[in-house]
Design a protein around this ligand. Structure first.
Ligand SMILES: Cc1cc2nc3c(=O)[nH]c(=O)nc-3n(C[C@H](O)[C@H](O)[C@H](O)COP(=O)(O)OP(=O)(O)OC[C@H]3O[C@@H](n4cnc5c(N)ncnc54)[C@H](O)[C@@H]3O)c2cc1C
Length: 380
């Protein structure tokens, strides 16, 4: 039986997120975009509301929610500010490898503080020389008795300046390529671990991004997640669960851009009529509406498959690339509809355009999603 309706619980979660976004995020989003500071008061309120660790099992103090629930929340929060939404979503995303493969002891040790003490987590995959080509990462973890010695640099790590725990992916056996990658939890206080300069970004400026370095960092073997060599699979499983949420955030951003554009097009008069009555403008808005609806359905399907325990790599890639490209196009056209005013920081749409761009880049670029989709055609 196919149903497009949300359950009463899902509807009330969505309303809660919408209210939170309106009350706590929207009024401060322009200011954090200007300052680039970490939105601590919003993070704290989100944590109190349960938006910081929705996917962590209830037994460790988390929300025990599925991927679809996180999509509902991400759409609403990103409609108010995609940068703040990314800050909040990232800890939950970075907990995923622990949730998926952590032992009971590891979950107790790291997930409980995330839920009870507002500890933050970062996911460290990307390196200066290894972005899309994850399997080529150069960070190494060499076994030394009961520990691993980790050396390497990670780049563009969300929440790096503020995280307490870092899920670091490193090669334990470089000869094995992607089968030689392993995952470790590295605590911020580990000697040899350091966080670099914060990136000064084009958009999503409320979201902290920085590099991290590991120089002879000694990490106990019990911090390894899963077996040696499980790392690459774990990254991919994590992305399968996080990409629907990125797609949903893109829908939220695009929805905000469309709403601004519709309001403006109804009131801005040129050539004697509101510009929405010029077909070129009306059709842009019509396309925004249909594309955002399609993107939302793709995100929900990918999330639903994950929640049903079914493989969703293809559907997650599809949702992510489609929604990110739609968000970029919708935000760009919203600027166009605002004309010269759209280009001014006095109006909200230029921020949406800047914020949208990175959705085509992080968690796998739009090209990499298309690559995955092409590969899936070979496998059929
Ligand atoms: C704001 C922000 C936050 C981020 N947060 C995190 C984080 O928390 N953790 C983390 O690990 N990483 C994070 N990243 C990194 C992000 O995932 C990478 O930037 C992304 O995967 C691309 O890698 P790259 O930048 O090295 O680009 P490259 O891989 O060098 O790609 C450059 C260009 O070449 C294209 N390209 C590469 N290979 C192919 C191919 N085979 N076919 C066609 N085109 C190709 C790409 O699509 C891109 O257009 C973040 C990045 C940003 C900007």
């Amino acid at each position: 039986m196919l149903s497009f309706g949300l359950s009463p619980e899902q509807e009330s979660l969505r309303s809660l997120a919408r209210e939170f976004a309106k009350a706590e995020i929207l009024p401060v989003s322009a200011e954090y975009d200007r300052s680039g500071e970490v939105p601590w008061p919003v993070i704290k309120k989100a944590w109190e509301t349960g938006f910081l660790n929705m996917g962590v099992p209830e037994e460790y103090g988390g929300g025990g929610q599925g991927v679809l629930a996180s999509c509902l929340v991400s759409e609403e929060l990103a409609a108010a500010c995609a940068g703040i939404s990314a800050t909040l979503a990232l800890t939950d995303l970075a907990c995923t490898p622990i949730v998926l493969t952590g032992t009971a002891e590891q979950k107790e040790r790291w997930l409980r503080p995330v839920c009870h003490e507002m500890k933050m987590v970062s996911l460290c995959v990307t390196e200066p020389e290894a972005g899309s080509d994850v399997a080529s990462l150069a960070t190494t973890a060499v076994r030394d008795g009961g520990s691993y010695i980790i050396n390497g640099n990670k780049q563009f790590i969300t929440n790096a300046s503020i995280a307490d725990y870092f899920i670091v992916f490193a090669a334990t056996d470089r000869k094995k390529g992607h089968r030689g990658i392993s995952a470790f939890v590295v605590e911020r206080s580990t000697p040899g671990f350091s966080v670099g300069k914060k990136e000064d970004k084009m958009g999503q400026r409320a979201s902290d991004t920085a590099g991290v370095s590991l120089a002879e960092a000694v990490v106990p073997a019990e911090n390894r997640l899963g077996e040696e060599g499980d790392g690459f699979r774990l990254i991919m499983q994590t992305f399968d669960r996080s990409r629907p949420g990125v797609a949903a955030a893109a829908v939220g951003l695009g929805r905000a851009a469309m709403e601004h554009a519709v309001r403006y097009a109804k009131t801005r008069v040129q050539f004697g009529v509101p510009i929405i009555l010029h077909q070129a403008i009306g059709f842009m808005l019509a396309d925004m509406q249909k594309d955002l609806d399609a993107a939302r359905l793709l995100a929900w399907r990918a999330a639903w498959l994950a929640d049903e325990g079914q493989r969703n790599s293809r559907e997650s890639a599809m949702a992510k690339v489609f929604a990110a490209d739609v968000a970029m196009r919708v935000a760009t056209e919203a600027v166009q509809i605002f004309g010269g005013y759209g280009y001014s920081r006095e109006y909200p749409v230029e921020k949406l355009m800047r914020d949208a761009k990175v959705m085509q880049i992080y968690e796998g670029t739009s090209q990499i999603q298309r690559l995955l989709l092409t590969k899936s055609l070979f496998e059929q």
